[in-house]
Write a protein that binds this ligand. Structure first.
Ligand SMILES: [Zn+2]
Length: 320
């Protein structure tokens, strides 16, 4: 375990916000704490497992390392049924019904259009097959159909092997990437909250975006979001090392000469169902029916419009 000062402003005094065990992956019985920098307000996990120890807190079956085949058509059908009244009829087939509950989510358009042969870098890409939230369509595997210049950064060795088999060039860390290599598109898909030093990644993005047409996509949990207002400790601890809000990302962008071109928040009902099953403070969402989840989703969509959704999407470019 290491004690750290604020990654953004280097200040080393903070308030303790909450303490919690690893309620999500149950990798240990230890308590971890989230602190808030007294100077800039950034929330982070402190003390935290250092870079060498952190892998011990990732469960072996961490979903983004998975190798199973994704079927786009199946995904499309599940998406449709989960979000329509018709899906409720499947209550008579419990295995399908349970599955449908995982797909209750808002209809969010992917904010980036990949052009033919663009160079793409996905930082924290897992095995390149699944993409958190965006589905198979936006996976590195699928991008290979559009471009030969597909790259990933992933520390997990099993995932690295899978990527190599697909002929995707993979690095263990951004520091392994030659400073002269530039990209048209850089993505951090729910990975920035896992890194030890976010500032290095903003600097990297600034240095490695090719030109003024190039974009970076950052998707992360929104610690200012609705579910975290109910319980500040409803977090994947200790593997989430940072708990960002909009103003934190704005601060980093200003510091590293990046501009926020697009911003949106969203929430999905499945997160409440899952949290209800592991967290006493969200017990009212435990075992919701598909119908209740669809109703909740409509309420969440209204919260999202006020930018208080539980996840944030940012598109960044050079601020010239
Ligand atoms: Zn700070």
């Amino acid at each position: 375990m290491e004690n750290v000062s604020c990654d953004y402003c280097c200040f080393d005094d903070y308030n303790i916000i909450c303490k919690q065990k690893d309620i999500v992956h149950k990798t240990s019985e230890d308590y971890f704490q989230i602190v808030r920098c007294k100077n800039c307000g950034l929330h982070y996990t402190n003390p935290r497992p250092n870079k060498k120890l952190i892998s011990k807190y990732y469960p072996k079956e961490y979903s983004f390392y998975r190798t199973s085949k994704f079927n786009s058509l199946k995904e499309l059908i599940l998406n449709f049924l989960s979000n329509s009244l018709f899906g409720n009829l499947f209550i008579i087939i419990p295995t399908v019904y349970r599955k449908l509950k995982n797909y209750v989510k808002p209809n969010i358009l992917y904010p980036i259009t990949i052009k033919k042969n663009e160079s793409i870098l996905d930082i924290g890409c897992g095995s390149g097959i699944s993409t958190h939230f965006w589905g198979h369509k936006e996976s590195l595997k699928n991008y290979l159909n559009l471009s030969k210049n597909v790259f990933g950064v992933e520390p997990n060795t099993l995932s690295q092997q899978i990527l190599k088999k697909m002929k995707i060039k993979v690095y263990s860390d951004i520091s392994d990437i030659n400073p002269t290599i530039k990209f048209d598109f850089i993505r951090m898909n729910w990975s920035l909250e896992h890194v030890h030093y976010p500032s290095r990644y903003f600097k990297f993005i600034f240095n490695h975006l090719k030109n003024n047409e190039s974009r970076a996509l950052i998707c992360i949990p929104n610690y200012g979001g609705h579910i975290y207002k109910i319980d500040k400790s409803n977090v994947e601890l200790p593997i989430h090392l940072y708990h960002f809000q909009y103003k934190d990302i704005l601060n980093y962008c200003r510091k590293f000469k990046l501009k926020i071109e697009y911003f949106k928040t969203f929430s999905y009902a499945s997160m409440y169902l899952f949290s209800g099953s592991i967290n006493e403070n969200l017990i009212k969402y435990k075992g919701m029916s598909l119908y209740s989840m669809q109703k909740l989703q409509k309420e969440l969509n209204l919260i999202d419009k006020k930018n208080q959704g539980n996840d944030m999407i940012f598109v960044l470019k050079h601020d010239l």
